[in-house]
Ligand binder design. Structure first.
Ligand SMILES: *Cc1c(COP(=O)(O)O)cnc(C)c1O
Length: 400
């Protein structure tokens, strides 16, 4: 990409990836066209053989999707002396699937942490094993343990990290883990959904791939499901990864790309407010008599406070807290919320709360989920950008 006449985060979020429209539209149009035409058969041949740049078929990409891809790639590498290529997907899961299937083969294993997005965990545990791809799941905050696995298990091909992770907001040290993985010649992938490129840039370290569910903070308004896969080896991305992506068919579409582009323009403004509010809410909850514990990496009481401080601009907008009264207290609390919204997901402008024990993790045996820190009274919260006084007042009356 050519050098840009700006260097700020919002400037990049607003202008990054934008190309002047041939018909002078201010914003990139929603290209609702499945296919692209050729002036001559010869031009068609040149496009297909890659001799000529140009769009062919929207499963492979189109101008609206391209702007979203280039914008996110610019943000993930802002201030770093490098380029990455992004491929927009139908969902975060589609982006993760393309990455795993493009890089792993039967006999390979993934090394990961036990606190992972539920869908990723199921993909690793249910979909990949019949293909001969296995996994070692350990506590990656224990670097010695991570190194011993990397060193002793030659079948491990990829280190897959997600930080901060669901729903306990645990963080792992990207720099230290990537360095260990590289020492033993492994691929490193990082899910940066919770942090966004505004709070954390995994490519600063030796990470090969970054994935996002753009459904969350990048879109920011909960209007579309989407994902992106970004990779630093441009040749690999254009070749093997693109081939697998095209054939798996987990492509995005122009409408959702347009929504993500719009959302990203206010990412910095939104994140600053999300973060400020989250800090206030965490402090408020920490002193509340009904609350046993608050998991927020901005609090010195969180075990990963130092890691978060080292690799993130701010600890972010996600937190969880534990009610003293257990399961029934969790259900009662959820029922009493008046403004804050009872739902799963995250990254939207409104405050969202979920109760894993009665919702997302309902089917998981209590002993098993408690091992992962998902206790009966745990509430997960995406702190929104409403007036923080209104958020705290709603929590206060629901806790009463
Ligand atoms: C939501 C989420 C995903 C999956 O993304 P979808 O867009 O729902 O497919 C992956 N990782 C994390 C951390 C998420 O929060």
């Amino acid at each position: 990409m050519p050098k840009q006449p700006y260097s700020g985060f919002s400037s990049t979020a607003i202008h990054g990836g934008h190309e002047t429209d041939p018909r002078y539209a201010h914003l990139v149009p929603i290209y609702a066209s499945s296919t692209y035409v050729y002036d001559t058969a010869e031009q068609g041949m040149r496009r297909f053989s890659g001799q000529e740049e140009g769009f062919i078929y929207s499963r492979w990409g189109n101008p609206t999707m391209r702007e979203a891809e280039d914008k996110i790639a610019a943000l993930e590498t802002l201030g770093l002396d490098m380029e990455v290529k992004g491929i927009l997907h139908a969902s975060g899961m589609a982006a993760i699937s393309t990455m795993l299937l493009a890089t792993l083969k039967s006999g390979d294993k993934i090394l990961s942490h036990f606190s992972l997005y539920g869908g990723t965990e199921e993909l690793i545990n249910r979909v990949l094993p019949p293909l001969g791809i296995g996994a070692e799941i350990v506590d990656l905050r224990n670097l010695e343990l991570a190194e011993s696995v990397l060193k002793n298990d030659a079948s491990i091909r990829m280190l897959y990290i997600e930080t901060p992770a669901n729903p306990t907001i645990q963080c792992v040290d990207i720099e230290a883990l990537a360095a260990l993985a590289k020492k033993y010649g492994k691929i490193v992938a990082c899910d940066n959904t919770f942090a966004t490129p505004y709070l954390q840039q995994p490519f600063k370290y030796d990470v090969d791939f970054v994935v996002h569910s753009t459904t969350k903070f990048l879109n920011g308004h909960g209007t579309a499901i989407g994902g992106i896969l970004l990779g630093r080896d441009i040749e690999l991305m254009n070749d093997r990864v693109m081939k697998v992506h095209k054939l798996l068919g987990g492509n995005s579409n122009s409408f959702d790309a347009f929504l993500v582009i719009n959302g990203i323009k206010t990412l910095e403004l939104r994140m600053d407010r999300h973060c400020q509010n989250a800090e206030r809410v965490a402090q408020f909850l920490e002193t509340h008599v009904q609350v046993a514990r608050v998991n927020y990496t901005g609090l010195a009481s969180h075990s990963d406070f130092e890691i978060a401080k080292k690799q993130m601009r701010h600890p972010g907008a996600m937190l969880s807290f534990e009610l003293k009264g257990g399961l029934q207290a969790g259900i009662d609390f959820m029922d009493k919320l008046k403004m804050c919204v009872r739902t799963v997901s995250l990254g939207t402008v409104d405050t969202l709360l979920s109760h894993p024990a009665s919702m997302t993790h309902y089917g998981i045996p209590k002993e098993k989920r408690e091992k992962y820190g998902i206790t009966d009274g745990l509430i997960r919260m995406n702190v929104g950008i409403e007036q923080v006084e209104d958020i705290m007042a709603d929590l206060e009356q629901a806790l009463a």
